[in-house]
Design a protein around this ligand. Structure first.
Ligand SMILES: NC(=O)c1ccc[n+]([C@@H]2O[C@H](COP(=O)([O-])OP(=O)(O)OC[C@H]3O[C@@H](n4cnc5c(N)ncnc54)[C@H](OP(=O)(O)O)[C@@H]3O)[C@@H](O)[C@H]2O)c1
Length: 245
């Protein structure tokens, strides 16, 4: 039985992962923005076998609340073995191009709020000397593309932060897992036409649970995205800049 904190817990990917934790009898504390959805998710997780499932309402961008909510989670669980950070927004790239505020908001939600949480959580895990930190980044952070480079910048910064954190916490025996999903069929991508590269939240959740068990460092999910991104990263910039991606 593990004591698990899930942040951004009503994300479709986080919900599917939470159901996996619950079926193992793990004790869960969930932070999510929507009180009603949080409440119904908690009820569902208890039915599915979570040893204990509690939660609190949270806005990732209310940075002044982070310390209090993290303390509440650790007090309620009597400790913390694992954290999954899942919240995010896929903002409108075109709107960001004409608005500094929209651009900075995207960076705030997808990178800075997560980095703020990680800065506090890292010290807890370092002192404790064990545990796992898992964060959902994205393949979009592997290379800047005109269609979503603001979101990609946030995820790329996050991936780099996690890489440094992993290097720091390795000596403390703490796992830092960077999760890089490709296209996942969730509310975030509801407006996109779907095709063969698309995965379900359940598939991604299964990969996250398995990577936590195996103490992996970085995963692409589904795994074929590792090859796709290897090819995309390998295209010389002189060619890449001419592509409509
Ligand atoms: N779907 C994809 O194709 C894909 C691909 C790569 C990476 N990802 C990443 O996967 C993660 C989960 O996304 P998803 O696909 O599961 O989409 P989702 O179901 O739309 O989940 C996004 C979650 O983020 C929450 N959120 C957004 N802003 C927040 C804030 N300021 N404070 C608290 N919560 C906030 C949303 O809460 P509300 O419901 O209250 O709005 C929602 O629960 C995200 O980090 C996303 O960037 C997704």
């Amino acid at each position: 039985m593990k004591k698990v904190l899930i942040i951004g817990a009503t994300s479709a990917i986080a919900e599917a992962t939470a159901r996996g934790f619950a079926s193992r009898g793990d004790h869960l504390f969930l932070l999510a923005r929507n009180a009603e959805r949080l409440d119904s998710l908690l009820k569902d997780l208890r039915v599915r076998g979570a040893g204990n499932a509690q939660g609190a309402v949270f806005d990732a961008n209310a940075l002044h609340d982070h310390e209090r909510l993290l303390s509440e989670a650790m007090d309620t669980l009597s400790g913390l073995d694992m954290v999954l950070i899942a919240h995010g927004t896929l903002g409108d790239q075109k709107a960001c191009e004409s608005s500094v505020e929209s651009t900075l908001q995207e960076l705030q939600t997808n990178a800075l709020s997560v980095i703020a949480l990680l800065t506090r959580l890292a010290n807890h895990f370092e002192r404790q000397g064990h545990g796992s930190i898992a964060v959902i980044s994205s393949v979009a952070g592997d290379r800047g593309r005109q269609s979503n480079y603001v979101y990609g910048t946030a995820k790329g910064a996050l991936s780099l932060f996690l890489q440094g954190l992993r290097n720091r916490l390795n000596r403390s025996g703490v796992q830092v897992l960077t999760i890089k999903p490709g296209f996942v069929d969730t509310p975030m991508t509801a407006a996109f036409p779907k095709g063969p590269l698309w995965a379900s939240p359940e598939k991604v959740a299964g990969d996250i649970l398995s990577a936590l068990d195996k103490r992996r460092d970085v995963i692409y999910t589904p795994g074929f995205w590792q090859l796709i991104m290897l090819i995309i990263r390998s295209v010389p910039e002189a060619i890449f800049k001419r592509l409509s991606l």
